[in-house]
Design a protein around this ligand. Structure first.
Ligand SMILES: C[S@@+](CC[C@H](N)C(=O)[O-])C[C@H]1O[C@@H](n2cnc3c(N)ncnc32)[C@H](O)[C@@H]1O
Length: 216
């Protein structure tokens, strides 16, 4: 029970998406066996669609884990795109690095080691797409930096924004998650109420928010 959509709907939509084979399947199996959270199937498809449509030159990801979504985005973006991805967990960095080399993405994907906020503060490049998938309790803190380095026609895709339904329902809210939920609500309010931004929140997977800068 995701707390976001009906289970039967989720299963139906997942069932329509063809299974991956090769490297993506290998990484999906690894993630499942080792309890590593990676993007859900329908979210992966949504991201593939957005990336393929936008044809970005530069993507920034917050939260590499084993490198699954970084590789997925790199594949969807084509040859002219560089993906930069931030991760603080040494073990994940090692596994992602191994996958990126093994599957032939070392010239397309670069891992920046460290805490997202600290790394973000130092970044001055501009990005076409920023995929937020780390530190759910800090999206509101990441946002000003992401907006600073987002191209004018760029897009922020944030995953897990409905956080198992807890942001929308007091009944689903677990006491120990109150701080994360408060901060996530703050993120959603920031991206929804800023007149310079345009946001759509999609109840898919664990909730996705897509934000762009309004064109003048
Ligand atoms: C949900 S996983 C990322 C999954 C990945 N995007 C994928 O779909 O293949 C989140 C990752 O972010 C990392 N992480 C969490 N908070 C972080 C932070 N503040 N700075 C850097 N990495 C962080 C975790 O170690 C974890 O590997």
């Amino acid at each position: 029970m995701s707390g976001i959509t009906y289970d039967y709907m989720e299963q139906y939509i997942k069932g329509l998406i063809p299974e991956h084979s090769g490297m993506l399947k290998e990484m999906e199996d690894y993630a499942k066996e080792n309890n590593v959270p990676i993007v859900q199937k329908e979210v992966a498809k949504f991201i593939e669609l957005m990336v393929n449509n936008k044809r970005p030159c530069k993507i920034l990801e917050l939260g590499t884990a084993i490198g699954y979504s970084a590789i997925l985005m790199s594949m969807s973006a084509g040859n002219n795109c560089k993906v930069t991805t931030i991760e603080r967990d040494e073990n994940m960095i090692e596994i992602a690095g191994r996958n990126i080399n093994k599957y032939g993405f070392s010239d397309k994907i670069n891992i920046l080691k460290g805490d997202c906020l600290e790394v973000l503060e130092k970044i001055n490049d501009e990005y076409d797409i920023i995929f937020m998938d780390a530190g759910k309790g800090h999206y509101n803190h990441f946002l000003p930096h992401c907006l600073r380095i987002l191209k004018n026609d760029g897009m922020i895709i944030a995953d897990n924004v409905l956080f198992r339904g807890m942001v929308a329902s007091r009944e689903l809210l677990q006491r120990r998650k109150i701080t994360i939920v408060k901060r996530m609500k703050s993120y959603l309010e920031m991206i929804s109420n800023d007149e310079k931004l345009m946001t759509s929140i999609i109840p898919m997977g664990d909730g996705i928010a897509v934000t762009t800068k309004k064109m003048g």
